[in-house]
Design a protein around this ligand. Structure first.
Ligand SMILES: NC(=O)c1ccc[n+]([C@@H]2O[C@H](COP(=O)([O-])OP(=O)(O)OC[C@H]3O[C@@H](n4cnc5c(N)ncnc54)[C@H](O)[C@@H]3O)[C@@H](O)[C@H]2O)c1
Length: 255
């Protein structure tokens, strides 16, 4: 049995489609939606990873061999406005899962992000240079994962995907937000000069790669998941406008 924490969100719901009838545990925050899972077989449990007692009862009931963690606060701008929920869910939530992995001996697949490396070109050995409360909370959680492997022998590893695109992403993120605003005839905000280069990967590719790593991944290792598709934010927005057949009204705002 496989347990997907945060399985009602963007990447978690793609993961739910990749596995056979998993259990999904999700607090259904503003970013998580039951409708993301309407067409896929799964068992749903509404719960918070911060509620370690309830999460433990779910683990005792379903006895997962593998637990995937997609439950997180994920929006950089929100983390700048208020870091606390990021520290809670992303750091304390991860430590809760690690504690349960210690007690119940499941394999833990920890989903991090390439944003922990900052702007540099990075491989898995690169230093961590988080530049927002969001990426700092993700980097902190990663350190706890590695510490629990080393200290307690927990069977866990880390994946660090790059920017994901595809269906069911909450429309606060670049692609769905730009598309919806364009279609509504509204201005599309571009941070800075829009020339920041990002690496993009389709969400189904990320889910497939994480599923295959669930069997092959080695405890204590980090696996970057790049898509190999580089584009500036301006290029992404222009491509969306071309496909949508609209002339976008760009608004440059401070990064
Ligand atoms: N989207 C990307 O481009 C991207 C890239 C790299 C890494 N990641 C990482 O992948 C993971 C998933 O990202 P996403 O884009 O699918 O996020 P998302 O915001 O779409 O979904 C997060 C999910 O977690 C749930 N959740 C939030 N707090 C919770 C809590 N305390 N307890 C239980 N459930 C909770 C939400 O309800 C939601 O369903 C995150 O760890 C993120 O850092 C995302």
């Amino acid at each position: 049995m496989r347990l997907i924490l945060g399985g009602a969100g963007f990447i978690g719901s793609a993961m739910t489609r990749t596995l056979h009838n998993p259990v999904v545990y999700d607090a259904l925050t503003y970013a998580g939606r039951r409708e993301n899972l309407t067409d896929v077989e799964h068992v749903f449990v509404k719960g918070d990873i911060l509620d370690i007692r309830f999460l433990e009862t779910v683990i005792e009931e379903y006895r997962p061999e593998v637990v995937f963690n997609f439950a997180a606060q994920t929006h950089v701008d929100r983390s700048i406005a208020d870091p606390q929920p990021f520290i809670q869910t992303n750091v304390q939530g991860t430590v809760n899962i690690l504690e349960l992995a210690r007690r119940h001996h499941f394999r833990y697949v920890h989903v991090s992000t390439d944003e922990v490396y900052g702007e540099q070109e990075a491989d898995e050995a690169s230093p961590l240079r988080p530049s927002s409360p969001y990426s700092a909370s993700k980097a902190s959680a990663d350190m706890f994962v590695l510490a629990y492997v080393r200290t307690y022998g927990v069977d866990a590893f880390i994946v660090r995907p790059s920017n994901n695109y595809g269906p069911r992403q909450f429309p606060e993120k670049l692609i769905p937000k730009s598309l919806l605003r364009m279609l509504a005839g509204k201005e599309v905000p571009i941070y800075g000069d829009g020339k920041q280069v990002r690496d993009w990967i389709h969400v189904e590719d990320t889910a497939r790669i994480i599923a295959s790593l669930a069997d092959k991944g080695e405890a204590g290792r980090v696996y970057n998941i790049p898509g190999g598709q580089l584009a500036t934010n301006i290029e992404i927005v222009s491509a969306i406008a071309e496909i949508a057949g609209v002339e976008p009204k760009l608004k440059f705002v401070a990064d």
